[in-house]
Write a protein that binds this ligand. Structure first.
Ligand code: SAM
Length: 315
């Protein structure tokens, strides 16, 4: 049920994710998964993909759905923007649900909102003809914003007088806002035009496991301060470094941010028959991307600063 992108190409055929051909429906920001569960119970004919940035919410949803046993639900921890742009091929998506998205009240944070003009344009290329996005929110400002942004995209017919799905009014956030007496707003955005631009994926993943070999010995790490390294497509943050208990390896905890994809991974430095090896540890199954290559490169440079000499590298 939990998707690991390392097992798939970008973009990927949704039928491969689910083991069958069926209309693909996405819920972005599913929270504790109650609405997703409702969809799974009422629409066994759909392939359902839940996308959520919060690890805690993905775990809660996983437990909820695993107990109920739904074979046609997949969960991906990450950003809805990344999934629509990079994972899904053109004309593959039947519907998207967004219930109570984070409103980002402050003017200076509005560029963090999901439902922006460019998102709608990319979405229009991934939706099947007549496919739609259904938005339910308590936030009148975000509601007006999303309706205006979809209008500017020029790709959607917008309905603002339909009733929200009853189950969308029973989610954790819906209950909170309804108890507080807030009115709930609902809009349906039906795709009527595909933009000329194809909006291809912003990220390419490869099978190459980037690595380097250096002459010298694995250095002892007594202290390490967080370091941020920008690269063309994003940045790598080396958060921590620690020597393993055997003393034979050093592990760097890295956060790699690129094209709406965030990967937390380990870069390992260990003794190797030809010297000292640096590479991505096969743990948490990261996608091999320009960002993971940059992470290996920056740890390699750090080792060179510790006096080791580079003898070989894959990048
Ligand atoms: C206000 S909560 C609503 C949760 C749920 N839909 C509900 O109605 O109870 C918004 C959720 O969206 C998630 N989220 C925010 N930005 C996201 C993004 N770009 N992609 C996927 N999930 C996102 C947050 O982690 C949070 O769980």
């Amino acid at each position: 049920m939990l998707l690991s992108l390392a097992d798939h190409t970008l973009p990927t055929d949704p039928a491969d994710l689910f083991g069958r051909e069926a209309p693909l429906v996405l819920e972005i920001g599913h929270g504790n998964g109650s609405f997703l569960q409702h969809l799974a119970e009422t629409h066994p004919e759909w392939n359902l993909l839940g996308v959520e940035t919060s690890l805690g919410s993905v775990s809660r949803t996983f437990r909820r759905l695993r107990t109920a046993g739904h074979p046609h639900v997949r969960l991906y921890r990450g950003s809805g923007r990344f999934v629509v742009r990079n994972l899904l091929p053109p004309a593959s998506l039947h519907r998207v649900y967004v219930n109570f998205p984070d409103p980002w009240h402050k003017q200076r944070h509005q560029d963090r909102r999901l439902l922006q003009r460019q998102f709608f344009q990319v979405l229009a290329t991934r939706l099947t003809p007549g496919g739609s996005l259904w938005l339910t929110t308590d936030h009148p400002g975000y509601f007006r914003f999303a309706v205006a942004e979809a209008g500017h995209s020029g790709c959607f017919a917008i309905t603002t007088n339909a009733e929200p799905p009853a189950a969308a009014l029973r989610t954790k956030y819906a209950r909170r806002w309804i108890t507080q007496g807030k009115p709930i707003h609902h809009a349906r955005f039906e795709c009527t035009r595909t933009p000329e631009a194809a909006f291809p994926p912003t990220l390419t993943a490869t099978d190459i496991m980037h690595h380097a070999i250096l002459d010298g010995a694995v250095p002892a790490v007594d202290s390490f301060e967080k370091q941020v390294y920008p690269f063309a497509g994003g940045h790598v943050i080396l958060l921590e470094a620690a020597t393993t208990v055997t003393g034979e390896a050093v592990l760097f905890l890295a956060r790699v941010e690129e094209a709406d994809l965030i990967q937390e991974l380990l870069v390992e430095v260990r003794t190797h028959e030809q010297g000292v090896y640096v590479g991505i540890k096969p743990f948490a199954e990261p996608l091999s991307t320009p960002g993971t290559k940059a992470a290996v490169r920056y740890v390699t440079e750090w080792l060179q600063q510790q006096g080791l000499t580079l003898t070989k590298r894959s990048f």
